[in-house]
Write a protein that binds this ligand. Structure first.
Ligand SMILES: Cc1cc2nc3c(=O)[nH]c(=O)nc-3n(C[C@H](O)[C@H](O)[C@H](O)COP(=O)(O)OP(=O)(O)OC[C@H]3O[C@@H](n4cnc5c(N)ncnc54)[C@H](O)[C@@H]3O)c2cc1C
Length: 385
């Protein structure tokens, strides 16, 4: 034990959408916070390679923590996206049934949506489930804007800062970065995505394990100025949520993702067979894709918990470390709800967190080199079509 006094109140480990939303929330609720990100930029993990869909929670299982935080985020997020100038396509989603079994699933989904308080309608002409609140955003701009706004409100972001050791001190934690930098804090949030299990191990916490579940996507330019007006979701089966087709802010249509369980946390490649797997399903949903060659592809790695999901809480081994792990499939959507929940946990540790989230004082322009969906794939040298 040493007698350092904390130099910062809270360290957030990991600068994906979850860590950035937590940093935003803390900075706008009066907490002195620093974000430590191992890469040279934010949002290069799952947060930069997803579907960009802001889900309503219409199909989420009532009562689960994930559902609660998806719904909580929906109450907080719109005003923040608006104030930060993060682009959103309010496209709505459609699920068209193709069999009697699908029709039954649509009815069950409508009942589920009602239980979660989410607006849906059934289109009389074809029995499609319409979900007007589903939207698509730019997940990289969202991540960057949250962090930039936090910095404008007094937080700090440290890049190229891989957390390599965490030790207990009298009144907090001493965090060592791989290059020798040190931070002493009252509490730390482990939002390290795929590596959250390794960060937990730094305090001896072996209570959960994260593995990568790969999702591959193909990007299409639609001919003759055609555009995709809605998010097209398949009617889910018991086994899978399936392949969706969604519009991007730059006017493309993207089909995906797959769901391939891996061991290698650095395998960002697109498998050669993925194209046929995706297209077979996507063309059924959206026949305009028939015969088109994709202009690009990318893969994302979901930080999946082995036998667990939404592992959020104080570590058993050091209760000043709050794990926010296994945020596998809905982190973009739920991030601000997760951050609000984490603020409650910080209060249990004695960190003073203001009741109200102050509105951001500045809209922050984010800088991007090309469309977001190319960025992580390029960074990871993934194969592109
Ligand atoms: C194929 C796919 C489709 C998806 N579609 C959607 C969707 O449509 N809507 C939706 O809401 N969600 C979607 N998701 C889920 C969403 O992308 C994730 O839930 C979310 O990105 C998880 O964010 P995160 O911040 O926890 O993890 P990450 O984005 O992985 O961020 C973790 C960060 O921690 C950093 N890090 C790791 N180790 C350390 C360390 N030791 N020190 C410091 N930093 C460290 C990493 O570099 C990384 O930047 C999808 C995911 C995938 C992969």
């Amino acid at each position: 034990m040493s007698s350092h006094s904390p130099s910062r109140t809270v360290a957030v480990i990991g600068g994906g959408i979850v860590g950035s939303a937590i940093l935003y929330t803390l900075a706008h609720r009066g907490v002195d916070a620093v974000l430590l990100e191992s890469e040279s930029a934010l949002g290069l993990g799952a947060s930069g390679t997803n579907s960009g869909v802001l889900h309503t929670g219409f199909d989420s299982t009532p009562g689960q923590l994930e559902t609660e935080l998806v719904l909580r985020a929906a109450r907080i997020r719109p005003a923040i996206l608006d104030a930060l100038g993060v682009p959103v396509i309010h496209a709505g989603a459609e699920l068209v049934p193709h069999s009697a079994e699908d029709e039954e699933t649509v009815r069950a989904l409508a009942a589920n949506a009602a239980e979660n308080g989410v607006e849906v309608r059934i289109r009389p002409s074809d029995g499609a489930l319409l979900v007007p609140g589903e939207s698509v955003s730019d997940p990289v701009a969202f991540t960057q804007a949250l962090a930039a706004s936090a910095v404008a409100a007094g937080a700090t972001v440290e890049l190229d800062a891989r957390v390599a050791a965490i030790s207990a001190i009298d009144d907090g934690l001493d965090i060592a970065i791989a290059d020798g930098r040190r931070f002493t804090v009252t509490a730390a949030i482990n939002a390290a995505g795929l590596y959250a299990d390794e960060v937990a191990r730094l305090v001896g916490d072996e209570s959960f394990e994260i593995y990568p579940r790969k999702g591959e996507f193909f990007v299409f330019e639609l001919p003759d100025g055609q555009t995709l007006e809605h998010i097209i979701l398949p009617v889910p089966t018991k086994r899978t949520k399936g392949v969706l087709v969604f519009p991007t802010l730059d006017g493309k249509a993207v089909a995906g993702p797959t769901a391939v369980d891996l061991e290698d946390k650095e395998d960002w490649s697109v498998r050669p067979e993925a194209k046929d797997e995706i297209l077979a399903k996507a063309v059924q949903q959206f026949p305009a894709l028939e015969g088109l060659e994709p202009i690009a592809s990318y893969a994302g790695l979901r930080p999946a918990g082995r036998g667990s999901n939404y592992v959020i809480g104080r570590s058993d081994k050091n209760d000043r470390l709050i794990n926010v792990a296994a945020i596998r499939s809905t982190g973009l959507t739920a991030s601000l709800g997760i951050a609000d929940y984490v603020a409650e946990i910080l209060r249990e540790i004695g960190v003073s967190v203001d009741d109200d989230l102050r509105p951001p004082t500045v809209a922050v322009a984010t800088q991007q080199d090309g469309p977001w969906w190319q960025r992580t794939a390029k960074h990871r040298n993934a194969t592109t079509a």
